[in-house]
Design a protein around this ligand. Structure first.
Ligand SMILES: [Zn+2]
Ligand SMILES: [Zn+2]
Length: 245
């Protein structure tokens, strides 16, 4: 296999794992408490997110919970209705960065975030060290500039697909299973690329559910992984508090 193909596969597999960590750990577990993860799995995911994104759990939880609290209204950190779809898709990461500068907001909405030694001394304090370590690993694994391109793909993956496409398109285009009082849409029935985050209207209809798919033809990859972790005794799925059936 030539180096370009190996590099592309590596970039896509690592980006997929990062997407899983965002949806399973940050979103469904930490922000919404829809499941409990084994502490070791939680730690691994937090460590992976530090390497792959430099994002801090408490800040992500706060920004996302604020989105649910103010959805589509003044105060929503990334509403296409307020700032336009193109701005959220292409500059969503800057909207996120701007929102989490508000430390009072982070304290208010980020309750229950990890506050252990690693969080204080590594993940929050040395957030650039994680992504720079990933750059070093990529350059060790691949020649220059292939390793640099792999790193570029890994670094723009979450800012574009999660902060951009999910937050933007998920409130603009697609179909709706539930008549929620917001603009949330399911923009693809196949939650493969974004691990179920595509089913955004289903999620807004019941934020307490660890499962984002609702119809038999909808595929939620995040849910498949959660079920596998649960079978292995590494996750405990909380019963959804709102019944949609
Ligand atoms: Zn939303
Ligand atoms: Zn949510």
């Amino acid at each position: 296999m030539n180096e370009i193909v190996r590099a592309l596969l590596f970039a896509l597999i690592t980006a997929h794992i990062t997407t899983m960590c965002v949806t399973i750990y940050l979103h469904r577990t930490m922000a919404h408490r829809a499941l409990k993860l084994h502490p070791f799995i939680s730690f691994l995911m937090r460590f992976w997110l530090w390497l792959g994104t430099g994002m801090v759990t408490k800040e992500w939880m706060a920004c996302h919970r604020k989105h649910h609290s103010f959805v589509d209204a003044e105060g929503d950190p990334h509403s296409p209705r307020l700032v336009g779809l193109a701005t959220v898709v292409f500059k969503g990461v800057f909207l996120y960065t701007e929102a989490v500068k508000d430390k009072e907001m982070v304290e208010k909405y980020g309750k229950g975030a990890p506050d252990d030694w690693f969080e204080r001394n590594v993940f929050s304090k040395r957030r650039r060290l994680g992504v720079l370590s990933t750059l070093a690993i990529d350059l060790l694994l691949f020649s220059f500039p292939v390793g640099l391109v792999v790193w570029g793909i890994q670094m723009v993956w979450i800012p574009f697909w999660a902060a951009g496409v999910v937050n933007g398109v998920g409130h603009a285009w697609g179909y709706r299973n539930f008549d929620s009082k917001d603009t949330s849409h399911n923009f693809s029935p196949f939650g493969i690329l974004l691990a179920g985050e595509e089913l955004h209207n289903n999620h807004h209809a019941d934020i307490t559910s660890a499962r984002f798919s609702r119809k038999w033809w909808e595929v939620d990859f995040g849910w498949l992984y959660i079920q596998s972790l649960s079978l292995l005794g590494l996750a405990k799925i909380e019963p959804a508090k709102v019944s949609l059936y």
